[in-house]
Ligand binder design. Structure first.
Ligand SMILES: *[C@@H]1O[C@H](CO)[C@@H](O)[C@H](O)[C@H]1NC(C)=O
Ligand SMILES: *[C@@H]1O[C@H](CO)[C@@H](O)[C@H](O)[C@H]1NC(C)=O
Ligand SMILES: *[C@@H]1O[C@H](CO)[C@@H](O)[C@H](O)[C@H]1NC(C)=O
Ligand SMILES: *[C@@H]1O[C@H](CO)[C@@H](O)[C@H](O)[C@H]1NC(C)=O
Ligand SMILES: *[C@@H]1O[C@H](CO)[C@@H](O)[C@H](O)[C@H]1NC(C)=O
Ligand SMILES: *[C@@H]1O[C@H](CO)[C@@H](O)[C@H](O)[C@H]1NC(C)=O
Ligand SMILES: *[C@@H]1O[C@H](CO)[C@@H](O)[C@H](O)[C@H]1NC(C)=O
Length: 288
């Protein structure tokens, strides 16, 4: 399993890249399984366009604009197949994901269910030029108030990845670590999750040498915003701790969302999503 390379090697790589082409410079399809960080309107459709309240949210995203995976597909000019659902867990059989809204209780497919459904509904075609993404943000821990073992959650994610491998022979699967929310300090649940994820992905990768297994250090990238004044200045972000609106009640919205890192208590502003997409893109093309 490869963790993405550091910024310094990336600059070297970008210089070298102008001379050669990489197998990672094009994808025809990007297929994403995940939660609110990647949902581009699936829950919005499920709730008859009533949740999340839009505006101020952007067309059913938990943000003020597109989410990161949409920017990434635009960069690649790839077809986006978005199977992510707001509030999704790793697996509904482990922790059931649901949304209580407007007197209804909507069940949302967990990542395992998203993948099972995809396997049953999509033809077994050639997925050589397809980027598979499993982008998980930790909802099992939120539902259970940290009452679930990271090994159980990560094992479930890896089992789903095995299903992808058995059914589609993907060339590349991209995972991410879980970052901290605005006001949290070092969070042992997430630290443990990320540690277990790294270990089990190493074994998974060794079992499947034909698959390029990548782990995006989302936690480190978001921490960089807390630490680097230069980065904040470059993106005109002055606020990395306060939320611009609330996902419980979106009636108040701050005046300058473009200066905020977090749109609501747990989700990023679209500017940060675009930054993440560019960062993922730059690291991918550097793999050569
Ligand atoms: C969906 O929302 C529209 C507009 O608010 C409403 O007219 C329609 O009855 C709703 N459909 C369902 C199935 O609730
Ligand atoms: C909503 O459904 C989920 C399962 O999908 C269940 O765990 C939860 O208790 C339900 N909530 C209510 C209020 O019925
Ligand atoms: C760790 O994160 C979880 C999920 O967001 C949260 O419930 C918990 O309060 C956090 N713990 C600390 C110490 O910040
Ligand atoms: C959080 O704690 C873990 C273990 O206690 C440590 O390895 C890690 O470096 C810490 N991370 C940060 C950002 O402080
Ligand atoms: C940064 O944000 C402030 C407040 O929204 C705005 O007035 C200013 O023009 C922005 N600066 C740049 C360089 O975009
Ligand atoms: C930010 O989140 C807190 C906690 O949920 C909430 O009480 C507050 O109203 C939110 N701020 C804004 C501007 O919506
Ligand atoms: C973080 O803490 C600040 C200051 O206490 C508070 O105003 C803000 O709403 C908090 N942010 C979140 C997302 O809860």
């Amino acid at each position: 399993m490869r963790s993405f390379i550091t910024i310094n090697t990336m600059i070297m790589c970008l210089i070298q890249l102008s001379l050669e082409t990489s197998m990672w410079t094009t994808f025809d399809n990007i297929i994403v399984f995940g939660d609110s960080y990647s949902d581009n309107g699936n829950v919005y459709a499920l709730t008859n366009e009533s949740y999340p309240q839009s505006p101020p949210n952007y067309k059913g995203r938990f943000s003020n604009g597109k989410v990161w995976i949409e920017y990434l597909s635009m960069k690649y000019q790839a077809n986006l197949i978005d199977k992510a659902f707001i509030y999704a867990t790793s697996d509904n059989d482990l922790v059931p994901g649901h949304i209580q809204w407007d007197n209804s209780n909507y069940s949302v497919p967990g990542m395992k269910q998203q993948i099972d459904f995809f396997i049953n509904s999509y033809p077994n075609q050639n997925y050589d030029k397809t980027l598979f993404v499993m982008w998980y943000f930790g909802n099992d821990y939120r539902y259970t108030n940290n009452g679930i073992n990271p090994s159980a959650v990560v094992s479930s994610l890896i089992n789903s990845a095995s299903q992808l491998v058995n059914n589609f022979k993907p060339k590349i699967i991209l995972f991410s670590t879980i970052p901290l929310l605005p006001n949290s300090t070092n969070n042992s649940t997430f630290t443990n999750h990320n540690k277990v994820l790294k270990n089990l992905l190493d074994s998974f990768s060794a079992e499947h040498p034909d698959v390029e297994v990548l782990l995006y250090p989302f936690d480190e990238v978001l921490l960089k915003f807390r630490e680097s004044a230069a980065l904040k200045e470059k993106l005109n972000i002055t606020n990395v701790f306060n939320n611009c609106t609330s996902n419980k009640d979106a009636s108040n919205v701050c005046e300058n969302p473009e200066n905020y890192m977090f749109w609501d208590e747990g989700h990023l502003t679209t500017k940060i999503y675009e930054y993440i997409a560019n960062d993922v893109y730059n690291r991918l093309i550097c793999l050569i």
